[in-house]
Ligand binder design. Sequence first.
Ligand SMILES: [Cu+2]
Length: 220
Amino acid sequence: MSAARISRVAAAIPLVPICGHAPPVRLGPSLVRLVVSLAGLAGAALLLVACAGPAGPTPAPTPFTPGTASKPRNVIIEMYDYRYLPAVVDLVPGETVNLEVINGGLETHEAVLGDMPAQLAWESGEAATLGAPPGPTPFVSPPAGFDGARIVVPSGQLVEVAWTVPPDAAAAWSGWYLGCHIPGHWAKGMVVPVRFINGADRPIAPAPVIPSILPTPSGS
Ligand SMILES: [Cu+2]
């Protein structure tokens, strides 16, 4: 390629920004000669320059703050066929939370937050629907003194519920759990423990183990 041709090619190549904060540059004839020889094609060249952004200060982590009635803490619960995320639900006794329950599964699921008597009540109450076609879950009378929460979420939907954790929840002899009692779902793995924490995000007590009173998740 002649020098004149190289010059014309260099003039035809558009300005190439090197970085977002740097002015664009035009390729010189010598660089064009190199690009053309590598590509084997005159006039078609693209130069990509990796560019790292300016190193900035790392933002400080947001401090943990228990929820209040006027400013509930968001607690996200994801449901799938047949498991929950997170694997442990952290709650502060007495705080108000905004439960964001998302069903990413193909079936309807529920989130029952409560101690073992509450879990047993719904397990037995919903057992009557075993074999029934998919649809709304039945109403089950909560046990006397029930102060937990139950959220039913159809497939692909999000349900938000504001709820205050009982101040004495951590004293429950059985521990607290998050479970689904649509027949067979607990046994397939839809149960995780609740771990009570203090206002400094430290556990008050270890999360309870999944009890053997109800069927344990398969594989556990
Ligand atoms: Cu379920």
